[in-house]
Design a protein around this ligand. Structure first.
Ligand code: HEM
Length: 336
């Protein structure tokens, strides 16, 4: 794959990515419930698959009218909220939470060959603004230790204190994921410039974690909140301004908002709804989100993203083929 002028090849990244995919595939099979379906390697626990609207700002200046943001229109979208832990754990266990967005009705060829003509476009985000390792070579070493047993993992953490600190500091508890902030973590093209994304709740409610939390309290709280109220997020972009202080190839360093503030470009509106039927849960399990499933103007950047291009397709195929389910891209909110 050709690099953009914003990127630099990390020595050993292809080998690291190939090893990572093999390890994660084996881990997915190992983490599957006995006799049950295999799940996503990361973010297997779906808190909720929600129907939402992605409303592009009506007053965007000309230089922000790029790709998806070209016209002031509203796109229907699916939102999938998740916990990262695999195998899935009770919601009160500290974790990274995920939010994947799938816009529908987006014209134009997409980057991924397999889904080139699909009218969907994905954004994949998490509840931290930095990654545990700077690049894919470091991440592959961490996963190697993780799949090699407790002793190797403890040794790895002792020998890599900064990774250990970042690993622990990204794990958090929330009262409600409708009140959490999310970041893209990794950079993306924005036309000929580079950005990171963030999604910020418009309200400032902070629901407390229940004193005796049930294993699935995040889903129960979300269902209860959406029964009576709509929730809105600001979708924002942060421009890359400096190669040293805002690296593209080192995701362990978040870009400072004081150096480049986030700019709102769209609103994500989640109307009141009932979402917690078994059918909708299964439909969400069958979806695939991929940061590379996007318009070329928003192409992902950096070694972690380059590895994700191979990993998400390979492991989504493994998941669907093993479970005997066809992969598909949705065209509307109908669940089939
Ligand atoms: C080399 C690094 C990474 C690898 C190998 C990786 C791998 C994966 C895989 C295999 C899946 C499941 C795909 C599927 O079966 O449909 C997944 C899902 C996900 N990943 Fe990553 N990931 C990486 C980095 C990241 C980063 C930096 C973020 C931060 C935004 C992230 C956030 C997510 C989220 C939110 C999901 C769940 C998407 C959904 O709801 O379906 N991942 N990842």
């Amino acid at each position: 794959m050709e690099l953009t002028t914003h990127e630099t090849l990390v020595p050993g990244e292809s080998e690291a990515a190939a090893k990572l995919i093999a390890m994660l595939g084996n881990k997915m099979k190992k983490d599957a419930p006995p006799g049950g379906k295999i799940r996503r390697d990361a973010h297997p626990k779906q808190i909720g698959l929600l129907k939402a609207e992605f409303i592009i700002n009506s007053n965007l200046p000309e230089d922000l009218k790029v790709g998806v943001f070209k016209e002031a229109v509203t796109y229907p979208c699916w939102l999938r909220f998740s916990n990262q832990n695999s195998p899935p754990a009770p919601d009160h266990v500290k974790d990274i939470r995920g939010l994947a967005i799938k816009l529908m009705g987006i014209d134009g060829d997409k980057v991924l060959e397999e889904e080139k003509h699909a009218k969907t476009h994905d954004f994949v985000m998490a509840s931290a603004d930095y990654f545990v390792t700077p690049n894919v070579v470091g991440f592959s070493k961490l996963i190697t230790a993780l799949v090699s047993g407790k002793f190797r993992l403890i040794l790895y953490f002792l020998l890599h204190p900064r990774v250990t600190y970042r690993f622990l500091s990204t794990l958090k508890n929330f009262g409600s994921l409708l009140e959490a902030r999310f970041w893209s973590v990794s950079p993306y093209l924005f036309g000929d410039r580079v950005v990171k994304y963030s999604l910020k709740p418009q309200g400032n409610e902070q629901t407390a974690i229940p004193e005796k939390p049930s294993d699935n309290y995040l889903r129960e709280t979300m269902a209860q909140q959406l029964r009576t109220k709509e929730y809105c997020y600001d979708f924002m972009i942060q421009f890359h301004k400096d190669r040293q202080t805002m690296p593209v190839e080192d995701l362990s360093k978040p870009w400072k908002e004081s150096e480049s503030p986030f700019i709102k470009v769209a609103t994500v509106k989640i109307p009141k709804q009932e979402f917690d039927s078994t059918e909708q849960q299964e439909y969400g399990d069958g979806l695939s989100f991929n940061p590379w499933h996007c318009l070329p103007e928003h192409r992902p950047l950096g070694s972690i993203n380059r590895a994700r291009r191979l990993a998400y397709v390979a492991l989504s195929k493994l998941r669907h083929e093993t479970n005997g389910i066809a992969r598909f891209e949705p065209e509307n909110f109908n669940i089939h």
